[in-house]
Design a protein around this ligand. Structure first.
Ligand code: WTA
Length: 670
């Protein structure tokens, strides 16, 4: 009965529900009688082969994928090819391979084709209240086509990289979609990154063009992005890489054209060229597995990783997760506060919402400018129904007077969303009770740059929530919790979060470094994708994310590697060693005296090499660091010293030199 066996295997990959009862025995109907109370009773192969949904791979996702336009279909074969087990060879994930499509066509032309051309695609709210703009789907497509035609004209072809270094102007999603239309691979760099970080990314992906703007206002500050781009491009030239074109959008509200420094022959004003091009542009049909974008993200060691996403699976996955996790309806007005420089802005500002034909609000400014009520004023102004943000923003607004919230009606709100880090129950309750007037479910979406879309998330209308829990896996996703040895643990438990089997939105590799991809994500627990997060599961099967278990930290919802900050500190000529939790312990070169000036210049090193958002809040002088005899820094002890939990230091006898602990404690407030 090999047919039966094969069938049991594919059923064993079923999602959520089945995962929660994995300790049960499997029985195939027709093979033996279902007698034991707790047996799993599977459908017969005859039934499954005729069923609308059989396995997540073959039934569910191919049905969903038919809602999109494919120039050429994927035929009758399996829609997924995968090997996640390093012991069996190279890790490979492919969905809908051989089928051809275009994500820009699906996000714009297809929506217009179904009659929504005059619907608002983008609402834009500027930094200053009262400064706004909007585009219908028809208008958005025209702008995208003009830029796409220009890019083609200067020689950008399918597969070429384009770096986008823009703030939250409408031109940012426009530029992403224009790249996608012609098959170019965009790499958006968050506009808070420094020249050095930008240069590092340009050197890795070698774009033909960089798209930026002269400056932007965020709150009361003006940030000169063109100057930062110039510095980055100079740094690249010094490393033998020159980028041919720097396409610069003139952001008049922040800076005049005349004041912008200019490199003749390389720099081009966006507004000078794009209006000259036709407002239609033929689509480049690409394979489902052709690259869509690269997005650099922090790892626990070394340089940032170029996470590579491809087209077909990502398209189907972002659209579907958006629709169900936010209970999307065509009348919704959707606002996600994330910047397109992060994955959230890729999947849930640009692609997921437009693929559903949604009206999306983009906000240029800062959430506390001109005051702490700005977000709720914006919600009222646009009648926002779906509001998606990060716990860091919730916590910062929660500290302000409740009147900032209650002066706005917020009646339009329907669903609230949270992403980026665990939302602590008290922030959850404030978000739910105060912002949402206890009527709006909260979708606490757990996912990662690597996963492309939501992995563990509430379906807001479907099941009860627990403040602080991301609840259950999305359709087809199979999270497992493993112990240190990589054994799956069932029931109520706590351990490392891994994913079994692939999902359409999964990243396919790290750009130019498939080996690092395998080492980082698939070798720690062979047979699984390792997320880097800790997780516990309660008696009701709810998932509780407990944060990173590697050396990646979350600063105001921004993901950075401790190694990146450390290397910026250590690059300072007077610094010998550093260990970071963004509360930085810094060891100076022997004989250098402690001083406030030195502290400031260390912080400056991090600001200029990574970006202001990564600057340590506190520098703690460290004559030495607590290390094991093999030289590993015991971060656990540093965390306790930093949080003044001195009676919880635990066993320090394994340290190479236990006396450093007392020295560190003595320097706590110096
Ligand atoms: C964390 C952001 C708890 C987690 C989409 C993950 C979360 C990392 C949640 C990925 C959540 C994200 N609850 N933790 N709802 N969402 N995280 O790549 O540690 O910037 O591994 O992607 O953020 O950060 P990234």
């Amino acid at each position: 009965t090999s047919g039966h066996l094969r069938h049991v295997e594919s059923m064993a990959q079923l999602p959520s529900g089945a995962g929660r009862i994995s300790h049960l025995n499997a029985v195939v109907l027709g093979e033996s009688l279902a007698s034991e109370e707790h047996d799993l009773v599977f459908p017969s192969p005859e039934f499954s082969s005729q069923a609308l949904l059989s396995s997540p791979e073959h039934g569910f996702w191919s049905e969903i994928a038919k809602e999109f336009y494919w120039k050429k279909g994927w035929g009758d074969g399996p829609i997924v090819e995968q090997n996640l087990d390093v012991r069996k060879g190279t890790v490979k994930i492919e969905w809908f391979k051989g089928a051809t499509t275009n994500i820009c066509y699906n996000a714009l032309d297809r929506i217009i084709g179904r009659g929504d051309g005059n619907k608002i695609a983008l609402y834009w709210e500027g930094n200053e209240p009262g400064h706004d703009a909007k585009l219908t789907y028809n208008e958005l497509l025209e702008k995208v086509c003009q830029l796409a035609n220009y890019l083609k004209d200067i020689g950008v072809k399918k597969g070429d990289a384009v770096v986008i270094y823009l703030p939250m102007l409408m031109e940012l999603p426009i530029a992403m979609l224009a790249c996608a239309r012609i098959g170019a691979v965009h790499s958006v760099v968050f506009a808070g990154f420094s020249a050095e970080s930008l240069a590092q990314r340009i050197l890795d992906c070698r774009p033909k063009v960089i798209i930026t703007c002269n400056a932007v206002r965020r709150g009361p500050k003006v940030i000169h992005l063109k100057d930062i781009s110039d510095a980055a491009l100079l740094e690249c030239v010094n490393n033998g890489v020159s980028v041919g074109v720097c396409l610069t959008y003139e952001n008049q509200s922040a800076m005049k054209k005349e004041a912008t420094k200019w490199v003749e022959g390389r720099d081009i004003w966006w507004q000078d060229v794009t209006p000259k091009y036709p407002t239609t542009c033929a689509v480049e049909w690409v394979d489902a597995e052709d690259s869509l974008f690269l997005l650099y993200t922090s790892g626990s060691t070394g340089k940032p990783k170029g996470v590579l996403h491809t087209t077909g699976g990502y398209m189907v996955y972002t659209a579907t997760t958006f629709k169900y996790a936010f209970d999307y309806k065509p009348s919704d007005i959707y606002w996600c506060t994330a910047d397109c420089g992060w994955i959230t802005g890729h999947s849930y500002v640009t692609y997921g919402p437009f693929l559903n034909g949604a009206s999306v609000l983009v906000f240029e400014g800062a959430p506390n400018y001109p005051d702490a009520g700005r977000c709720w004023d914006i919600v009222d102004k646009y009648k926002v129904t779906l509001f998606y943000t990060a716990p860091t923003l919730v916590r910062s607004l929660m500290r302000e007077k409740t009147e900032y919230v209650t002066r706005a009606s917020r009646k339009s709100l329907r669903v609230l969303g949270s992403v980026g880090e665990p939302i602590n129950p008290s922030a959850w309750r404030w978000f739910f009770n105060v912002v949402g007037d206890s009527r709006c479910p909260i979708s606490d979406t757990w996912w990662q740059t690597e996963t492309g879309g939501f992995m563990i998330t509430p379906l807001p209308g479907a099941w009860p929530q627990k403040p602080g829990s991301a609840t259950f896996p999305f359709f087809g996703v199979q999270p497992v919790i493993v112990d240190e040895k990589g054994n799956e643990i069932g029931g109520e438990c706590s351990g490392y979060l891994c994913i079994k089997s692939s999902w359409p939105g999964a990243f396919r590799t790290l750009y130019g470094d498939h080996e690092r991809y395998e080492t980082t994500y698939f070798k720690p627990f062979p047979g699984y994708y390792f997320t880097g997060d800790g997780c516990s599961r309660d008696g009701d099967g709810y998932h509780w994310l407990t944060g990173r278990v590697d050396d990646v930290i979350n600063v105001s919802g921004h993901r950075i590697g401790t190694a990146e900050v450390e290397s910026a500190l250590v690059s300072h000529p007077q610094c010998a060693e550093a260990a970071v939790g963004i509360y930085a312990f810094v060891t100076l070169i022997d004989g250098v005296p402690y001083s406030q000036e030195l502290r400031q210049s260390l912080v400056l090193a991090v600001r200029s090499q990574i970006g202001a958002f990564a600057a340590p809040d506190k520098i703690h002088w460290a004559p030495g660091l607590p290390k094991t005899r093999s030289g590993k820094i015991m971060r656990r002890i540093l965390r306790k010293i930093a949080s003044r939990q001195l009676d919880e230091l635990g066993d320090i006898s394994t340290l190479a030199d236990p006396s450093v602990v007392d020295q560190l404690i003595a320097l706590t407030d110096s």
